[in-house]
Design a protein around this ligand. Structure first.
Ligand code: ZN
Length: 167
């Protein structure tokens, strides 16, 4: 596994629509392993392939419980993810992004989403996510569509202390 360099705004890859993955081979596995390693090192709770300069529809998320460190973290790897259902209710929350270091902003997101996609072997998977996990999925899927949270937030600012995990 290799820790890759993070791409940051305004590098053009972050504003591109990433390509669908059609080949599930060793190169894809290597990309996913590198993304997990890079996300952990950053540290962040999610990473999309364009954030390491690769314009492909691949995301990784590692999510721990907000209030309880004793609950093991859960790792999600999703290739070609798509939101197929979201609850009408929008909730506002603070987001920071590894590609926009030093800033945070308030963004409205659906509280519940259902995401479908494929795993590293190309098998279909479906995840129903709520709350913070739903927010991370929406943020990462925005990344592969060339959208940054700064495009959605009315205001971004530089917090004096780190307010939130970066995604
Ligand atoms: Zn981000």
């Amino acid at each position: 596994m290799t820790i890759r360099n993070l791409t940051t705004f305004p590098q053009p890859v972050l504003k591109q629509k990433a390509q669908t993955v059609e080949v599930f081979d060793e190169d894809l596995k290597r990309l996913i392993d590198d993304m997990i390693e890079t996300m952990r090192e950053a540290p962040g709770v999610g990473l999309a392939a364009p954030q390491i300069g690769v314009p492909k529809r691949v995301i990784v998320i590692e999510f721990g419980h907000e209030d309880d460190d004793s609950i093991p973290k859960q790792l999600f790897v999703m290739v070609n993810p798509e939101i197929v259902d979201s609850s009408g209710e929008q909730v506002s929350g603070i987001e920071g992004c590894l590609s926009v270091p030093g800033f945070v902003g308030e963004v409205d997101r659906a509280r519940v989403v259902t995401v479908t996609g494929q795993n590293a072997q190309g098998k279909k998977i479906r995840v129903r996510a709520e709350g913070w996990l739903a927010r991370i999925f929406q943020h990462e899927i925005d990344h592969i569509n060339g959208v940054l949270y700064t495009d959605r937030a009315e205001e971004i600012w530089q917090p004096e202390q780190e307010e939130t995990d970066s995604i």
